[in-house]
Ligand binder design. Structure first.
Ligand SMILES: *Cc1c(COP(=O)(O)O)cnc(C)c1O
Ligand code: SF4
Length: 347
């Protein structure tokens, strides 16, 4: 696996580097620096360092500031700190648990579900989440670069039933404004495309990226634009994030959130109820609650299904229906994400 960090890409012709790119360049990549910043001490970092070897630590200052100091158990810290448990292997945990490679129709283009196409527009992210199901994804062979835009356009023309394009990655908002504009220009040429969806964790982890210029690009199309953000814990949604989400909403986008259920981080009804309330306050509706994809290195985040259903039933009792995310699991080869029902699927 090759990790391309965003700060090595996106080189604009102008010498003026946007402030968000500067912020990305100064993100924490060294475990020791991060632990010092958080007033945490450890004598032996060797296993943590070993765990970070293939999937390095990457966390923005903005996100790191929301981590409670001197607290190893902090739910935001646990999402990003390389952990010795990642070195454990188990035959049930795979490199491509959701069958992305079998859904790949062109480099960087996944066509798995009817009417929607997913464009892996970059391998770069602004943060590395330890549970990520794409942590083993072969990005260098499989992300769509500029020279492939023509073949993507041709593919869409040959598949007129596709009405929605999903920009994913990596994180599509690590792309420069120019690259995003090119993509939007391409979709503008295709009347069949009604909706453009952006899956991004950037509004949470690098709010400064959501500049006025970016919002102009995202709202300068006649298509409906949806942004699916990714927050797992209410502590992620501080004022800098809520102000960013208000601005996105004001620009006319629809805001949804997806969450991954993570053991010891958010696998309890109290945290998830608070998350839904907080999201709605930020103009964002809960969309999916994903059961962890069984990816290599993330076994320690997995939850027992019995516990998952128990937590979910509590959520249903505590929240208005529109604040209950759909509980889903991604399964290789299925025509849609598998909806898990507390009644039917209970083991
Ligand atoms: C999740 C996913 C989608 C989008 O599915 P929705 O249920 O519409 O959110 C599309 N393509 C791929 C490959 C996906 O993994
Ligand atoms: S979960 Fe999203 S933001 Fe986090 S590493 Fe994976 S693709 Fe990147």
């Amino acid at each position: 696996m090759v990790i391309i960090m965003a700060n090595m890409m996106n080189t604009e012709k102008t010498s003026l580097i946007p402030s968000w790119q500067q912020e990305l360049q100064s993100a924490f990549t060294n475990i020791n620096d991060l632990l010092c910043f958080l007033n945490l001490n450890i004598d032996d970092l060797s296993l943590h360092t070993e765990a970070a070897k293939d999937f390095p630590l990457l966390v923005t200052k903005s996100y790191a500031q929301r981590i409670k100091k001197s607290d190893w158990g902090d739910p935001l810290l646990r999402q990003i700190l390389p952990d010795p448990s990642e070195l454990l292997t188990n035959p049930d945990y795979l490199n491509d648990p959701v069958g992305d490679s079998q859904a790949s129709v062109l480099p960087g283009l996944l066509h798995k579900y009817y009417g929607r196409i997913l464009l892996v527009s970059t391998g770069a992210c602004a943060i590395h989440c330890r549970y990520c199901f794409r942590r083993e994804f072969p990005y260098t062979d499989n992300s769509a670069n500029r020279s492939q835009l023509d073949s993507i356009k041709q593919y869409l023309i040959e598949h007129p039933e596709v009405t929605e394009v999903i920009l994913s990655g990596g994180d599509p908002l690590t792309l420069s404004d120019t690259r995003l504009q090119h993509l939007f220009d391409l979709f503008e040429q295709l009347p069949q495309i009604e909706r453009i969806r952006i899956h991004s964790r950037i509004p949470i982890v690098l709010p400064s990226r959501i500049s006025k210029k970016l919002l102009e690009i995202l709202s300068s199309t006649n298509k409906k634009v949806i942004m699916v953000i990714h927050a797992n814990h209410p502590n992620e949604l501080d004022d800098s994030v809520s102000n960013t989400l208000f601005a996105i909403k004001k620009a006319g986008l629809t805001l949804l959130n997806q969450t991954v259920l993570l053991r010891g981080i958010n696998d309890n009804a109290k945290t998830l109820t608070k998350l839904s309330h907080r999201l709605f306050h930020c103009d964002t509706l809960p969309y999916y609650l994903h059961v962890l994809d069984k990816v290599n290195g993330a076994m320690h985040f997995d939850t027992e299904m019995e516990h998952v259903f128990d937590v979910y039933q509590h959520l249903q009792k505590k929240l208005p229906g529109y604040l209950v995310p759909k509980l889903v699991r991604e399964e290789a080869g299925k025509p849609y994400k598998t909806l898990l029902s507390t009644n039917i699927n209970f083991p």
